[in-house]
Design a protein around this ligand. Structure first.
Ligand code: ATP
Length: 230
């Protein structure tokens, strides 16, 4: 029997996309054995209300530059070309229509994002349609996942072991029949907020941005304090 295609869905504001995002995508590709990862910048991110977000065309252009040289990654305009807020459940349904029947989807998120998962639109439906891959992020603890109702019965010791680095991976079979895969990845203590703060202060830094993305930001004068981005 032909093996099902395994596709990772990695959404984010990507304002801008940074080395942390790419490193996570690479590590998940390898450790979960995916065929492909789609990086999907949100058109209108529902979770970043009140924050000024760079226009989607720039965030998509940077994501496209970032994946150059990464053979099994692609930047997708799916959420940017859709009207309204970028709800992941709508993205998953659209991908199900575009990919062959039987394709397995793996939703990839950082631990900080997953801790808010029950505030997302249709979390149960999402968990029924996709496997969920949650990667560690400096400053966040897997043991805090107890606050999510559907994980309240998980063995606390195994989550503590992940936090302590005595275990690198934990798989939990969900009642929907899909898997929740918790992975302790190499730590990348970087955030887009930190990068924007640096840039608005006119600073440059090494190794936090893919080089082509850094050039794009400089060439378009993005994230400078006194400049309006077009
Ligand atoms: P911001 O600082 O603007 O909130 P961010 O750096 O968190 O941005 P997002 O685009 O919001 O980046 O993140 C997209 C996804 O990548 C989320 O699931 C987030 O948890 C995850 N992520 C981002 N940076 C890291 C990191 N350094 N380690 C682990 N996960 C990360």
């Amino acid at each position: 029997m032909k093996k099902a295609l395994r596709v990772g869905i990695f959404g984010g504001t990507f304002n801008p996309i940074h080395q942390g995002h790419l490193a996570i995508a690479e590590e998940v590709l390898k450790t979960v054995g995916l065929d492909w990862v789609l990086l999907i910048p949100a058109g209108r991110p529902p979770h970043k209300k009140g924050r000024k977000v760079l226009p989607a065309k720039h965030r998509l252009a940077m994501a496209r530059l970032a994946v150059q040289g990464h053979a099994r990654m692609e930047a997708s305009d799916l959420e940017i070309t859709r009207r309204g807020k970028s709800y992941t459940i709508e993205t998953v349904k659209a991908l199900e229509r575009n990919y062959p029947k039987g394709t397995e989807f793996y939703l990839i998120l950082g631990l900080d994002a997953f801790l808010e998962f029950d505030s997302w639109r249709s979390p149960d439906d999402l968990m029924a349609r996709c496997h969920i891959v949650v990667v560690s992020r400096p400053g966040y603890r897997f043991s805090d996942l107890f606050r999510l109702d559907f994980l309240s019965r998980t063995d606390p010791a195994s989550l503590n072991e992940l936090d302590a680095g005595r275990r690198s991976r934990l798989e939990i079979l969900l009642s929907s029949g899909t898997r929740l895969i918790l992975i302790r990845v190499t730590a990348h203590d970087v955030s887009a907020t930190q990068i924007r703060d640096h840039l608005s202060g006119g600073k440059r830094f090494k190794n936090l941005l893919p080089p082509l993305v850094e050039s794009y930001i400089m060439n378009h004068g993005l994230y400078r304090r006194a400049t309006r981005s077009s």
